[in-house]
Write a protein that binds this ligand. Sequence first.
Ligand code: NDP
Length: 448
Amino acid sequence: MPQLHPHLVPIFDEIVRRNPGEPEFHQAAREVIESLAPVVERHPEYADAEILRRLCEPERQIIFRVPWVDDAGRTQVNRGFRVEFNSALGPFKGGLRFHPSVNLGIVKFLGFEQIFKNALTGMPIGGGKGGSDFDPKGKSDAEVMRFCQSFMTELYRHIGEYTDVPAGDIGVGGREIGYLFGQYKRITNRYESGVLTGKGISWGGSLVRTESTGYGAVFFAQEILRTGGDSFDGKRVVVSGAGNVATYAIEKVHQLGGTVVACSDSSGYVVDEAGIDLELLREVKDVRRARIREYAEARAGATYVSDGSIWDVPADVAIPSATQNELDESGAAALVRGGVRIVAEGANMPTTPQAIRVLREAGVIFAPGKAANAGGVATSALEMQQNASRDAWTFEHTEERLHETMRAIHDRCLETAERYGAPGDYVVGANIAGFTRVADAMLALGVI
Ligand code: NDP
């Protein structure tokens, strides 16, 4: 692991000591702190004001009981979380994740990442994240509705268009946002569109929000290619996952002339040399809500692998878009053997620190999620803008705004990395550009 600047060691040690049993939060914090050595040297005012120590402590953490009744009439109990991490730049903003693996440490890692990601977009949004250990898989629509209503019955008192604006994440899509918004509206007696993003188009949502994270990650990779005088044309691409981020990443790669030859779910992966057939993938995952194995069963020439690693599939570009720490050291080594040149994170922290080291040593360009997947939250901010002005933009206009934002984030990362002595290093660029924007706002707002 890279050494920390001596001034930063006690800060990181304190994070580990005060947040026991939260390895994902430690990992996310360490990755940012490792990048900050040149900032410490140039900006003693940040240390004087204890900016980093304040930033690593959430402004507010809410944990609550979510009781609900299943279709068999049994009472179930889940746990709800909302970590309101930093609001120096705007209302807390970040998704809700419904997955059995959710715990406080996971929500804190995601909320921490969100601070810097949101700052990088240049938009007026702070960072937060939430969710529950509820598993929507195998639940009926009515059960999901009752769960969402119970979840919102507590959450509503903590959120608002000027306070905290949740959105979707793993396990939370349009269906769940609808039930959550319905309950918020009912309890508060307010049609406050700006309180949630990812809404349906007919009730305050923005075109392109659904597509934005996947599209954005591909736009980011396209900028990397363009900087090297290249394009997606003719490139072989591997995208892990088969959810919201993955499917729209696949769609955009195909639009730009590349071919996605493999994708996955948590049971296995499929290889389709002819290019993933998106219509079939959506039929399997979204309509049937089935396992990806059924894709290979329905498609001539496609194969399903249940006991391997998707990173064994050779590719020029890899876009991990499933979950945290899904790309480990051996996966990275396999990608390098397969000739990968760019890894752009569609998911949040899908690449382990050891895997990042392997990629870097092999000269692979690595784009961290807080830059490459910022298109989702950026388009959420555009949704808030449309809600505030009671306007609705066209698909083309909104996609162009997303594209411009991804270009700007890309350029901001490169320019910052260069300025701080790490040319071409997107991790350093993203961390420092995000950190300094938040730090300057925190300095201006005083010790609060
Ligand atoms: P979805 O729930 O829509 O999809 C997640 C996909 O990943 C599913 O196909 C799921 O398979 C698969 N998956 C989950 N765990 C694993 C695993 N251990 N191994 C392999 N596959 C797995 O979520 P999203 O697409 O919304 O989110 C994916 C990632 O992108 C997350 O890290 C999220 O935080 C991040 N992200 C999402 C944004 C958004 O706008 N939605 C914005 C920015 C980041 P299965 O069906 O088997 O569970």
